[in-house]
Design a protein around this ligand. Sequence first.
Ligand code: 6GU
Length: 244
Amino acid sequence: MQFDILTLFPGLFAGAFEESIIKRARESGSVTIALHNIRDYAAGRHKVTDDTPYGGGGGMIMKPEPIFAATEAVLGEQADMVPVILLTPQGRLFDQSVARELARHDRLLLICGRYEGVDERVHRYLATDEVSIGDYVLSGGEIAAMVIVDAVTRLLPGVLGDPAATFEDSHAEGLLEYPHYTRPPTFRGHPVPDVLLSGHHAEITRWRRQQAIQRTLERRPDILSSAHLTEEDLAYLARIEASG
Ligand code: 6GU
């Protein structure tokens, strides 16, 4: 997977792609990340990338020319084959299913908008997709780009050591994760649940599943209806809902 990120603030990305999973994914060649400063594609001595809005009102709007120029220069003849994703609070909501969808592409171009706005011609005639990472306001799309690169990279073949880990990750199958424990068996008087120390693998699997269902019911009832639940899961859910 190749990510090309267009931004006015490439310095914001320092560090985020240089540790842990993404660092290893880059080193192994599973992922390539190229940062492109939109300012480098702005015309004139002053390299202006924004301007005041037509019609008045506050804030500065990102000009279309540098963003079109950067996209065309970066993509070259691949221009028609690569999704051009504008990061904006107005986009469709990013979630695990969008991450899976994006992970199917060989290359993605991400345009980091600034919060005040991007000229509508970029939305309409350059972007092929618009994505938001949630219903809150960020100063720009950069942090959203980091979120998307991280979530998508984890899904690429060979990036995670243990393929079961991705499968069991929160949301991968529509439920929150069950609780995890490691040593010591008692910490400040708080013991690890007996079942986890029992060595009964079938019971451990059942307990974890039930914990995941219970937790999802308590914390995210909104996602429970789209989770993949077995007959046994549904029976358990009915029991806990009945016992209140
Ligand atoms: Cl993609 N951009 C901005 N500026 N704010 C956001 C966002 C994106 N997603 C959530 N909030």
